[in-house]
Design a protein around this ligand. Structure first.
Ligand code: ADP
Ligand code: MG
Length: 272
């Protein structure tokens, strides 16, 4: 039902296909806040066009991990490479350029409530990326149409439902044609009936060829769209496997316990 509602335009799919997709590589990444080690030597490669979902309990370091990829946080150790180039020391224009290649979608949408859906998208295109108003508005309309919100172009963000706001946020994250898009629990703040519309937009995107790294608690979604599932606990990656294997034959005892807990919360083990 939803895929008919939100087809990704051929133009945008071609955009992504034409751009050479970067490879993201984390090598022995460490993140500490004061004495607290939040990520303890994380290594992971994400291949061009790959869709990777990151699962793990609250506080395990999932947000920190993806925030490091576009340098919303700075590394304490190790390195992150995008296309074999280290990003840890990037500053100024080079850092802005990196961020323009990476879209980020937050749990809390982070839209400007007093701006319209259109303005939320054109703002960065005009003032960060230097687009003229006409081109920025054309791009914003095209993106809003792709996420099924052509009728909400002039609605203020504050007037939109949570699901609609998150779809605007996804459109905004795609505005500068990033080659990588990071999602940090994009449906966790939504009422249940709005989750499907956001997941559908993400599903379309996953088929477009863009590289996606998605932190989520939506297990069915992870199983359906992921090329690989990463399980993180206590700041370490404990398991990386294709979804079928991950959900039917989890290897690590902590993965097994986590899955039991989230898939069958009423019958979890007392040791949790
Ligand atoms: N800015 C910060 N300052 C201090 N501690 C932080 C900060 N951000 C996150 N943490 C801590 O790092 C750990 C991992 O957090 P986070 O990456 O948000 O986990 P998750 O997204 O898996 O729930 C938590 O213990 C959290 O309290
Ligand atoms: Mg988090």
């Amino acid at each position: 039902m939803f895929s008919a509602l939100f087809p990704l335009s051929a133009a945008t799919a071609a955009d992504f296909a034409q751009l050479r997709q970067p490879r993201v590589e984390l090598r022995n990444v460490v993140k500490q806040y004061d004495a607290h080690t939040v990520l303890n030597g994380v290594s992971l490669s994400v291949e061009p066009g790959e869709v990777v979902t990151i699962l793990g309990p609250s506080g395990s370091g999932k947000s920190t991990l993806i925030r490091l990829i576009n340098q919303l946080e700075s590394l304490s150790g190790g390195e992150i490479y995008i296309d074999d180039k280290p990003i840890g020391q990037l500053r100024g224009a080079a850092l802005r350029q990196l961020r323009s290649r990476i879209g980020f979608v937050f749990q809390q949408f982070n839209l400007y409530a007093h701006l319209t859906a259109l303005q939320n998208i054109t703002l960065a295109l005009e003032y960060v990326h230097g687009w003229n108003k006409t081109d920025a508005e054309r791009r914003a309309r095209e993106l809003l149409q792709q996420v099924g919100l052509e009728e909400k172009v002039d609605a203020y963000a504050a007037q939109l439902s949570g699901g609609q706001q998150q779809r605007v946020a996804i459109a905004r994250a795609l505005a500068s044609s990033p080659q990588i898009i990071l999602f940090d629990e994009p449906t966790s703040a939504l009422d249940p009936e709005m989750i499907g519309e956001v997941l559908q937009v993400m599903k379309n995107l996953a088929h477009s060829g863009i590289t996606m790294i998605v932190v989520t608690h939506e297990m069915h979604f992870a199983r359906e769209i992921a090329d690989r599932v990463v399980f993180i606990d206590g700041g370490e990656i404990l398991e990386v496997s294709p979804p079928e294997e991950f959900f039917t034959r989890p290897q690590h005892p902590r993965t097994q316990r986590f899955l039991k807990k989230v898939l069958d919360p009423l019958h979890q083990e007392s040791s949790l």
